[in-house]
Design a protein around this ligand. Structure first.
Ligand SMILES: [Zn+2]
Length: 376
């Protein structure tokens, strides 16, 4: 096993890329989907079950963990991997995005952000330096720069001013991160939906030099068309031989469209959150298990899926436990959704490898257009 962080770009098909990120805690096959373990758990899942779905890496949220149980406590208890019993790679966000969305509860200056905890109203400060310290205490393998994500819509002047500050924060993040072999620091490109600002941001980040690069400021409600519009050019501005991460994406068709545009890593709460609300992702689109049409249906959710929910249970059972608010409902549906997302990533990796990505995309959209199986 390697003692260093590295990225091996193994195959390309159009702009789609297949590769492997190597870390001392194991390899990450890309394109990669990262389940979100907000509070040191992927809700309703044991860590070994998350691994069984095919996940190579999890995401942890700095904002939530710094407030409860605190980074210092996790450090005393041996770090986040040991604390949550996940020994593979973990990526942590910087806390910035969640703090910025606390409009009214926060104060932003060149130094950083002060804010009130949503839990108990206590006052906290996040700066590039403090964010690096927290992510080091957590023991994160992939650390994200602390940045500001301006609310859209905004004028070019506002987006530019915000981006410039984020780039100064990126330089401060790099200084504070220091030299930590085996751990990676990713820069985050900003610039909204303006190509010139995206180019300026990418150039500034390349000068600082990071282990990987995120396309930031997207998936914040701008819509798929605007997001794909930016992804048509933004990833190309980043170094070819470093991983590219699209934060907070997304729905299955967002993921496929992002990979087609050169993205290597993504994360989203969607499969786990939807699992708890009865929304299920399949090859044939979304199924709402709470619908009465499933009440007498002895068939599996998806006869081709090998997850426990599909292998061992009927739609009727899944419908029943959802309607009865039984905990196994969230457990089984989350497992299925995470399995579906990982299966989607594996399908894309296989297709890129053999130069059949276009066909994969066509089949993906055709399958979804078919819709769910007919009711009995
Ligand atoms: Zn399944």
């Amino acid at each position: 096993m390697t003692s260093r962080f590295s990225f091996d770009l193994q195959a390309t098909d159009g702009k789609a890329r297949k590769g492997v990120i190597s870390t001392p805690r194991g390899d990450i096959r890309t394109p990669a989907f990262m389940p979100v373990g907000t509070a040191a758990t992927v809700k309703a899942m044991m860590p070994e079950s998350v691994r069984a779905t095919g996940a190579d890496i999890l995401l942890g949220n700095t904002y939530h963990l710094m407030l409860r149980p605190t980074a210092e406590r996790i450090d005393r208890l041996g770090g986040l991997h040991k604390f949550m019993n996940w020994d593979r790679p973990i990526l942590t966000d910087s806390g910035g995005f969640q703090v910025m969305s606390l409009a009214g509860l926060r104060k932003l200056t060149e130094k950083g952000v002060t804010f009130k905890s949503h839990i108990d109203g206590s006052r906290h400060e996040l700066t590039p330096e403090r964010s690096m310290e927290i992510q080091r205490l957590l023991g994160s393998d992939i650390v994200m720069c602390f940045d500001e994500c301006p609310a859209l819509p905004a004028t070019d002047a506002e987006v530019s001013k915000s981006m410039q500050m984020s780039m100064r924060w990126a330089a401060r993040s790099k200084d504070a991160f220091g030299d930590r072999p085996g751990h990676a620091l990713f820069g985050i490109q900003q610039g909204g939906v303006t190509k010139d600002l995206r180019a300026e941001s990418a150039a500034l980040l390349r000068d600082i030099e990071f282990d990987g690069y995120a396309v930031g400021g997207l998936a914040v409600g701008e819509g798929q068309e605007a997001m794909f519009g930016v992804l048509d050019y933004a990833p190309d501005m980043l170094p070819e031989h470093k991983p590219r991460y699209l934060m907070g994406v997304g729905k299955p068709d967002d993921i496929v469209g992002a990979v087609a545009r050169g993205i290597d890593m993504m994360d989203c709460v969607l499969p786990s959150r939807s699992g708890r609300t009865g929304q299920v992702f399949t090859r044939h689109g979304v199924v709402n298990i709470k619908n009465a049409r499933h009440a007498d249906d002895p068939r599996p959710l998806d006869e081709n899926c090998t997850c426990p929910a599909c292998s061992n249970y009927s739609r009727a059972y899944l419908h029943h436990v959802f309607r009865s608010n039984e905990m196994i409902s969230g457990m089984l549906l989350t497992w299925h959704n995470l399995h579906y997302f990982q299966d989607l990533m594996q399908g894309m990796r296989d297709a890129i490898e053999i130069g059949a990505f276009d066909k994969f995309v066509t089949d993906f959209h055709e399958g979804r257009a078919q819709g769910d199986i007919e009711p009995l």
